[in-house]
Write a protein that binds this ligand. Structure first.
Ligand SMILES: [Zn+2]
Length: 113
């Protein structure tokens, strides 16, 4: 399961930033997850519980901020909502493979004390 390695990396990065800040405990983690990132939020929550166990992030609250996918039409010079990597612009019907948002898989914030 791909989400386990994603969350293991998220724990590693969160622990590193907590240590750099001199914090002893991670109480919350907020992730930005794009609709086309390939990561499944439910699987990420499950993986979080497993990989954070026995770390300073154990029991921390996980918040997942979904990022809807948006394509870019160079003809209309406009963004449009989409559900895949290649999409037809709803205005001019040209097919665009340019994605503006939706691939995010980032740590938005780490709460610690
Ligand atoms: Zn267009």
């Amino acid at each position: 399961m791909h989400e386990v390695s994603i969350m293991a990396e998220a724990v590693r990065m969160a622990v590193e930033s907590a240590q750099a800040a001199g914090a002893g405990r991670i109480t919350g983690l907020r992730l930005r997850v794009g609709a086309l990132s390939g990561a499944v939020p439910d699987a990420m929550r499950f993986a979080w519980d497993v990989v954070s166990r026995d770390t300073i992030a154990a029991g921390a609250r996980l918040e997942i901020e979904p990022v809807p996918a948006a394509g870019w039409c160079a003809t209309c010079r406009a963004e449009f909502a989409c559900a895949d990597f290649f999409n037809e612009c709803p205005r001019c019907h040209n097919v665009s493979g340019e994605l503006r948002r939706g691939r995010e898989l980032d740590i938005a914030s780490v709460e610690m004390n």
